[in-house]
Design a protein around this ligand. Structure first.
Ligand SMILES: Nc1ncnc2c1ncn2[C@@H]1O[C@H](COP(=O)(O)OP(=O)(O)OP(=O)(O)O)[C@@H](O)[C@H]1O
Length: 348
């Protein structure tokens, strides 16, 4: 059955003007988000994850602009939006966002109850006691106890994890169709991270949200994402269902990302880290942007951008290694064992 697309990005190119020069942060990306799914966008710092989601919310910095492509959502092409009035119909209404630092989204001078209730009144059209009851319900939904007392408290009276729950309640109060979570757990310790991810998964099901996670941490998304898109230097180089990307990755950059997961390091050994640096985005990138750091690079990788080769109906990778004419290259040994284990686990 064909899944229904809720957001469709087509051939998007985003540039920034900086001191008389132009930097290309997003290089011809196409990506769909399906209704009810959770999609993780993963990549190193600087790969363009934030720029991509900012473009969906009309929050690009002033020196940035969409140079090409379209962003289809809710009957509109968001790339054509010009005014703040246009964006206000979408941002914080149909598309809500949870960021890494809850303190930046909360007003320190207002009780958290009032802050959630404002969203309920504005977006759900409820008033008076109905809005109050709905707010208490949302507080319960995000796992906060003793809600009537908590309603009257201020952000500083909550722990980091609890504040993140409140930000999530505000986002959900908007009744959004899409929830964007930008490194939602990076600032939290590991146990709390797991709880917040579980909460987001529960809310996604309860409120039928379509969710985009952006993170540099592949380990985090394994637990929550249905699909993963891997970004490198402003491009998506591999996309597939979570198990496909984890246990049958095809792009050497994805191999490198998986190899650097702590789970794969032997005790006492240093973690694998990707050697070299990402390309200079001010310069035109020829071929596969990862080629200079890629020990498996073929000659053509330095010349021509690889197309998306199809692995399955849901799994695609931009690497010339998938070309039928390419020599057969196996993933690094450490990954072969991991992949085999993962497939075994998936089949059990
Ligand atoms: N206002 C701006 N002016 C110039 N360059 C920018 C601007 N905003 C972002 N960039 C550049 O765009 C590229 C992508 O940045 P982006 O913040 O999307 O990366 P990221 O993958 O989200 O990284 P991080 O995980 O560190 O947030 C980077 O090279 C960054 O320097």
């Amino acid at each position: 059955m064909e899944q229904e697309k809720i957001l469709s990005i087509e051939n998007l190119v985003i540039k920034f003007k900086l001191r008389g020069q132009t930097l290309t942060a997003i290089r011809d990306i196409s990506l769909d988000l399906y209704k009810g799914e959770s999609l993780a966008i993963v990549g190193e710092s600087g790969s363009g994850k934030s720029v991509l989601v900012k473009s969906i919310m009309g929050l690009l910095d002033k020196n940035g602009y969409i140079a090409d492509g379209q962003i289809h959502f809710d009957g509109h092409d968001l790339s054509k939006f010009k005014t703040e009035a246009d964006w206000l119909k979408v941002r914080g209404k149909k598309i809500a966002m949870v960021t890494q630092d809850p303190m930046t989204s909360l007003n320190p001078l207002k009780t958290i109850g009032k802050q959630i209730e404002e969203s309920v009144v504005l977006h759900q059209g409820l008033k008076g006691n109905d809005a109050y009851e709905k707010t208490l319900q949302l507080l319960r939904d995000v796992g906060i106890h003793d809600v009537a007392r908590r309603y009257k408290q201020y952000p500083h009276e909550f722990s980091g994890g609890m504040r993140q729950r409140i930000v999530i309640a505000i986002a959900v109060a908007c009744n959004p169709q899409i929830l964007i979570c930008d490194e939602p757990t990076t600032a939290l310790d590991v146990t709390i991270q797991a709880q917040i991810l579980q909460l987001l998964t529960n809310l996604q099901e309860k409120y039928l949200l379509s969710t985009i996670y952006i993170t540099h941490d592949l380990g985090v998304v394994a637990k929550v994402a249905d699909r993963i898109a891997v970004m490198y230097a402003g491009d998506i180089i591999e996309v597939g269902q979570t198990e496909e990307v984890f246990f049958d990755a095809k792009h050497p950059y994805t191999w490198a990302l998986i190899s650097s997961l702590p789970q794969l390091g032997n005790k006492g050994e240093e973690l694998y880290s990707i050697k070299g640096t990402p390309p200079n985005l001010f310069k035109e990138i020829k071929g596969d942007a990862f080629a200079p750091r890629n020990q498996y690079a073929l000659k053509i990788d330095f010349v021509e951008r690889p197309p998306f080769f199809k692995v399955t109906d849901t799994h695609y990778a931009r690497t010339w290694l998938l070309d039928p004419k390419a020599p057969k290259v196996e993933p690094p040994e450490v990954l072969q064992a991991f992949f085999a284990e993962g497939r075994q686990y998936a089949n059990d």
